[in-house]
Design a protein around this ligand. Structure first.
Ligand code: AHR
Length: 493
């Protein structure tokens, strides 16, 4: 069967929320410390302790929103330990992640400073598992209250007169697991209680995100929506892609057997089914789709790199991960009616990272390049797209050869992103752009020869996008030749 797509340029299907391109940075391994925070005295060039090279690289992918401080860490984090003079801050053990000392040098002020530098919205995840209602409530007061109050005064004592605008607040993380091992009914009640004290001060209106299900725990979604939908703005969902199994061996990030290519990409594609099934339950309680599905942890999770701390979750990142990202983002765009934010795990040196660092060195991963190529979809109008493509069965589940997404930017440019998941075969795709006088076409493609091609500190540009020229135009039809294992971004002006 030939591959064909039809894009109806006249049929807009709503805005693709830019927050779909969000990120997540936890106090885990070398994400915050080393990856972002090096301290003011470091020989690594920094602005007030934050790495300059990393900020510059992240600004280039336009991070719209950044989730912090966890993850599992969030439900053990006590925010007051991370304010005031750094030399006086409490040292604690990061029990989840390697049992290392957390010196709390990166706290609320430092995180807000990072968000300012990146021009990104902060998304704070509060502590339900081991925290109190008072602690959560005071954190919000500390950050957002403008006026005379114990927490606002404390903030001023710590050098910040004006409150920070804070929109996104998560009430706990994975409360079915590391966030307290709760049952859904119990968490639903706690959620109702905690969120009551997450106050809107002045004009600061908080978008409250309830801790949602793990993977296909549909009962969790059912209970949370039934019991608390009217008190939340978003419900989270966590899903990680791994070729193996969580406890018995996830598989290697590089050096993997060929058979793991399709399995990994099929498992990435599986997020479509999860979104659709959770959305169906949400529709029952929220037919207007007011509550967003917030996929605030997703990405590829492999075994850690040999010789690294198993609690640090450090993994390499290959062209396969570029496809995990490309497939996932195409699916998220396509579900823009319900998916309002996603946060890939995690920004630097952890899991499916954008950036890897080694002391003063920094490299951009293939996943970084996908985020850079796809940034054109942020806040663009999704366009109706229908695709006919070969579908493979992998473990009895579907894996289409090509996935795609199209949107129209504010300046009228039509942007199309395409993934060819086939590891061996290039393929032609005929795209009928109905309603468009196809004139000015340009594109970039990210591909590689090896299945596990990746960037290293010695060879940082091994995988990077290059100009895409393999296309022909005939009237409204654009025919492209997509290389095997590739992510392509095309602009039609
Ligand atoms: O991203 C790593 C961990 O995965 C997070 O801390 C936790 O929420 C999830 O289980």
């Amino acid at each position: 069967m030939g591959n064909k797509a039809v894009i109806n340029a006249d049929v807009g299907q709503g805005t693709i929320n830019k927050n779909i391109y969000g990120h997540f940075a936890e106090h885990l391994g070398r994400c915050i410390y080393e990856g972002i925070w090096v301290g003011e005295d470091s020989s690594i060039p920094n602005t007030n302790g934050i790495r300059k090279d990393v900020v510059e690289a992240l600004k280039n992918i336009k991070i719209p929103v950044l989730r912090w401080p966890g993850g599992c860490f969030a439900d053990e984090y006590h925010w007051k330990d991370g304010i005031g003079p750094r030399e006086n801050r409490k040292r604690m053990v990061n029990t989840h992640w390697g049992g290392v000392i957390e010196n709390n040098h990166f706290g609320t002020h430092e995180f807000m400073m990072l968000c300012d530098m990146l021009e990104t919205e902060p998304y704070i995840c509060g502590n339900v598992g081991s925290g109190t209602v008072q602690e959560m409530s005071e954190w919000v007061e500390y950050m957002t209250f403008d006026g005379e109050s114990p927490m606002a005064n404390l903030r001023k004592e710590n050098g910040k007169d004006e409150p920070w605008p804070l929109k996104y607040f998560g009430v706990g993380n994975e409360n079915w697991g590391c966030g307290g091992n709760m049952r859904p009914q119990y968490y639903a009640d706690l959620y109702r209680r905690f969120q009551t004290y997450v106050r809107n001060y002045g004009d600061n209106k908080i978008y409250r995100i309830a801790g949602g299900p793990n993977v296909d725990d549909y009962n969790w979604t059912e209970v949370l929506m039934r019991e608390a939908a009217n008190m939340m703005d978003g419900l989270s969902l966590h899903y990680y892609t791994m070729p193996g199994e969580f406890w018995t061996g996830k598989g290697s990030a590089t050096n993997f057997p060929e058979a793991e290519w399709d399995i990994t990409l099929q498992r990435a594609y599986h997020i479509k089914e999860l979104i659709e099934k959770h959305s169906t339950i949400m529709d029952k309680y929220d037919p207007e789709k007011r509550v967003g599905l917030i996929i605030d942890e997703w990405g590829a999770w492999y075994d850690v790199e040999e010789g690294t701390n198993p609690g640090f979750l450090y993994q390499q990142n290959t062209i396969r991960d570029a496809l995990v990202a490309g497939i996932s983002l195409n699916i998220f765009n396509d579900h823009n009616d319900r998916v309002q934010m996603t946060n890939i795990a995690q920004t630097i040196n952890v899991l499916q990272a954008m950036i890897l660092t080694d002391k003063e060195k920094m490299i951009l991963t293939p996943t970084y390049h996908v985020f850079e190529m796809y940034k054109v979809h942020q806040d663009a109008e999704k366009l109706a797209l229908a695709i006919q493509t070969d579908v493979k069965k992998v473990d009895d589940k579907d894996l289409p050869q090509i996935t795609a997404s199209a949107s129209r930017a504010k300046d009228g440019t039509i942007n199309i992103t395409l993934c060819n998941v086939d590891k061996d075969k290039e393929t032609d795709l005929e795209i009928d752009l109905r309603g468009v006088d196809v004139q000015n076409v340009s594109g970039r493609v990210l591909t590689a020869n090896e299945l596990d091609a990746h960037n290293t500190f010695d060879n940082p540009d091994n995988v990077k996008p290059v100009e895409f020229t393999d296309f022909q135009v005939n009237g409204t039809v654009l025919t492209v030749k997509l290389p095997s294992k590739s992510v392509t971004a095309i602009s039609v002006k």
